[in-house]
Write a protein that binds this ligand. Structure first.
Ligand code: ATP
Length: 396
């Protein structure tokens, strides 16, 4: 058999669009392009996929992220061939594979549970796929040993699953998924059964391996830190549909929808007043609005990140510090606003020394674009705002 790529040497997983980023970084892009086209799948009254359109570029690690039940696993299972869509197609390198049975699709899959054969040792588990394809024992065992070395288990070939830790079993599962040299690697919450430290290590190792092999990888997770730290792009699903697919920083900095804004990272939702000229006033500060601006003037909710809120201790201020949690270089301060809302602000710890619980403070949003959504009590912000409601307060 041809030699597998040497174990990766990259030290830091990087993110960015593919394949441009892949090419710039000199990564292999041997992987396939995977397209979900208008996929729909219902289970009785439950619509798991509601017209999903999404493309994974060759060599890309694409994370599927979303709340429980949004259809992530169903999308992966449709791609693997374990589930048939009611309508829509799955294309791999332009070829419609929707009718192709699972065992003839060129995909390797790793599941949350280790799913190794308990009666086979690590080498035979990895060699299982090649064995089913009729590969001769010497060749399949050589492949297995090479892959076990690639996943950091060069001396574990003779061990049975019960003789290995959870992290080791997932490495074997990964090696097994790669044994048939798939064009697509599918990972369904592969780290969620592992303890936090092992999870972090394996996260990096999977990413290094994926970069070195250049294999298109679709990774289902409900852990946003995992998605943001590992993926080239993150696809956020909601109720069976795609909300946004973007590189991690773009998803965080420029969420396309209020759902993404509130689902990814920490977000404050505070009351504001539309001014009618496309701005919104929050705590006395006019902020530019990104995205749709509801018609008219009036009350809306404003979505604003904790790091976009400035706080200074001020006896005349109208906000009150509730708590200050020291997190190292950053301190997260929780404040009550006079209108009953509360906000979280992330400050450089050196700027937060005076912000003890009970201290009065002035809140000043940083001037950068924000998203607005209709306030719950006034679903459509219509009519003029009460005179003086917008822009005349100097702080919260
Ligand atoms: P989680 O993060 O909780 O695993 P998910 O985003 O992966 O969720 P899916 O497992 O794809 O979501 O499920 C989507 C919806 O379809 C859910 O409401 C689920 O209960 C339903 N569903 C999935 N598979 C089946 C099935 N075989 N029979 C009935 N309902 C199903």
């Amino acid at each position: 058999m041809s030699a597998l790529p040497a174990p990766p040497t990259a030290t830091t997983p990087r993110s960015g669009p593919v394949p441009a980023a892949a090419a710039a970084e000199g990564r292999a892009t041997t992987g396939a392009r995977v397209e979900f086209r208008s996929l729909r799948r219902a289970f009785g009254p439950t619509v798991a996929l509601d017209g999903l359109d999404l493309t994974a570029e060759p060599g890309e690690l694409l994370a599927l992220l979303g709340p429980s039940g949004c259809g992530k696993t169903t999308a992966l299972r449709v791609l693997a061939g374990f589930e048939q869509p009611d309508s829509g197609e799955v294309l791999v390198d332009g070829e419609d594979i929707t009718p192709v049975p699972a065992n003839r699709r060129d995909a390797g899959m790793v599941f949350q549970s280790y799913s190794l054969f308990p009666h086979l040792n690590a080498r035979d588990n990895v060699a299982f796929g090649p064995r089913m394809r009729g590969v001769a024992p010497a060749e399949r065992h050589a492949t297995a040993d090479e892959l076990l070395e690639l996943v950091g288990l060069p001396t574990h070939g003779d061990r049975y699953p019960h003789q290995m830790s959870g992290g080791q079993q997932q490495r074997v599962a990964l090696a097994r998924a790669l044994a048939l040299r798939p064009r697509v690697l599918l990972l369904d919450e592969p780290l969620s059964a592992l303890d936090a430290k092992v999870r972090l290590t394996l996260r990096e190792e999977i990413r290094r391996l994926q970069l070195a092999l250049g294999i298109t990888t679709i990774f289902v997770t409900h852990d946003q830190e995992e998605a943001l730290s590992m993926a080239d792009r993150v696809a956020v699903l909601n109720a069976g549909r795609l909300e946004q697919c973007a590189p991690p920083a773009e998803l965080y900095e420029r969420p396309a929808t209020p759902f993404v804004a509130e689902f990814v990272g920490t977000m404050n939702r505070v009351p504001g007043q539309l001014t009618g000229d496309g701005s919104v006033v929050v705590a006395g500060a006019p902020l530019p609005v990104d995205g749709d601006v509801p018609a008219g003037r009036g009350g809306v909710d404003v979505l604003i990140r904790p790091e976009s809120i400035g706080v200074t201790a001020d006896p005349e201020g109208t906000a009150t510090v509730v708590s200050a949690s020291f997190l190292g270089s950053v301190t997260r301060v929780l404040l009550d606003l006079p209108d009953g809302a509360s906000v979280k602000a992330d400050l450089a710890s050196r700027d937060a020394t005076e912000l003890a619980p009970g201290v009065r403070a002035r809140v000043t949003p940083v001037r950068r674009p924000v998203l607005v959504v209709p306030a719950p009590e006034s679903a459509a912000p219509e009519g003029a705002a009460p005179e003086g409601a917008a822009g005349d307060k100097v702080d919260a």
